[in-house]
Design a protein around this ligand. Sequence first.
Ligand code: ZN
Length: 243
Amino acid sequence: MIRVLVWNEFKHEQESKKVASVYPNGIHSVIAEFLEKEKDIVVKTATLYDENCGITKELLDATDVLIWWGHAAHERVPDEVAKMVRDAVHEGMGMIFLHSAHHSKPFRLLMGTPCNLTWRESCDSEILWVIDPSHPITRGIDRYFKLDAEETYGEPFSVPNPDKVLLIGNYSGGEVFRSGLLYERGNGKIFYFQPGHETFPTFKIPAVQTIITNAVRFVAPSYRQVIPCPNVRKITDNMPYVI
Ligand code: ZN
């Protein structure tokens, strides 16, 4: 079983009637609900409002894939928590960053760059084009899918060059954006996925759910261990014969 932890800032849903009308129980609940339908996935949720903002070392040790949605309270996540998340990824934990988590502390730590982009809340529609149809994360998606309304994110996106670009978003306002990016950091795999503004029902859209579900399976660790830094003897020291 793949053990998923869905972490949500959960601020907008409690403070904005507009957002609460779309996600009355929080974005995390909607994501957990569709993932829980999968036979090979078990889901826990956590939010900024939980003790230690919902993240402990024990919990990360028992998490195969961490999904992160944050926007307006990135700074309220303690640096120590962000470092714990980074270290868990280096160890092998899979990680999916959604939408405005591009500015979250763990994402910036893992990228090492500002992760800035251009943006606009204007209800533009977006077409997400599949760049790599052979990839497991885009399985089940046609050449493209359309979101009737989404916050516009535009290039340049100041992240390191990804290992793969799986999706490119094209907005009715003209912008393009690399909307699905894959990275490896240490033993861990990272997927950044752009859709998911809080005022739109993006996480209820089947294509979005398919991509997140596929991504959970893809970034789930096959190997998880801290890569140590030991001072070691020559391997020939204890060998009777040297070839
Ligand atoms: Zn947004």
